[in-house]
Write a protein that binds this ligand. Sequence first.
Ligand SMILES: [Zn+2]
Length: 322
Amino acid sequence: MKIKFCLIAIICSLFISCSNSSNNQKSNLKLKYLGAAGWEITDQKTTVLIDPYLSRIKLVGNSTTKTIATSALNRDWGDDKRPKYFRDDYFEPDTSVINSYIKNADYIFVHHTHFDHAADVPYIAKITGATVIGTESLANLLRAHGLPNEQIITVKGGEDYSFDNFSVKVLPSLHSALRKKQYFSSDIIPKNVKTPMQIKEFVEGNSLMFYFRFNNDKILTMGSMNFLENEIKGLNPNILLAGSANSRKEIYNYTERLLSLTNYPSIIIPTHWDDFRVPYGASQENAAESKAFPFIEEVKILSPKSKTFLPVHLKQIQINDL
Ligand SMILES: [Zn+2]
């Protein structure tokens, strides 16, 4: 009996030490929130950008509908003296902001081609020489801006691609159910689109998610508050960049399903929650209070062992320190 007990104890302790050691493996990953759905991920060797959108233009109303909300027209823009943009206006990247924060990039991944995900990508790809991965809509946008074919990898979702020191599974996905689920678009940016493009010409062009594997870290990224259940089911990310704006409330049991399908990741960081029409440094208090903090509270209840927190614009997050 005693021997049996000892054996069980030894086996148990072996299991515990094995699982602990895999948890304790050092991560050299650093993350930086660029605002909107934008991130920089670096493992010292490689720098990957996700949906980098730094221009943060002062767009009045919506880019995806003709209606201009009076609340958007009349809102208090505070100290922001930049010009207002309407959906018919032509987009120009804010190159001085981009130049000050983007120093290098090896790869750029884009979830979909709305302006707040894709509009800065042609310029960033040109200054960094990064390879850009995204939909056919994105490829058309990049070619129209003169990017060479060697820098463009076109995917449709389902690919599982290996790169120098990381790999990525491209997941078909769904866009946020904007405007109380009235939003729908099957448009893609056409091949012969003229540049510069009007803001309204940045149509969705299908939505993707990405599942990155860097050594011991697995990161699942979102550009929308929606997902395809069967595509994310059984994935095992330790880091989830979770879409947390309020359109998540249109989705049935959004947070509960997202976390259980992905096996309750140990680090869950809200993304796409900020007010991306104001410059870096402007207050994000309202956006945090109304979008990110309620999401963080949901996560704390559903997955109490996970680490979850509000990311600050442009501030580096060292995964190993969490
Ligand atoms: Zn969008």
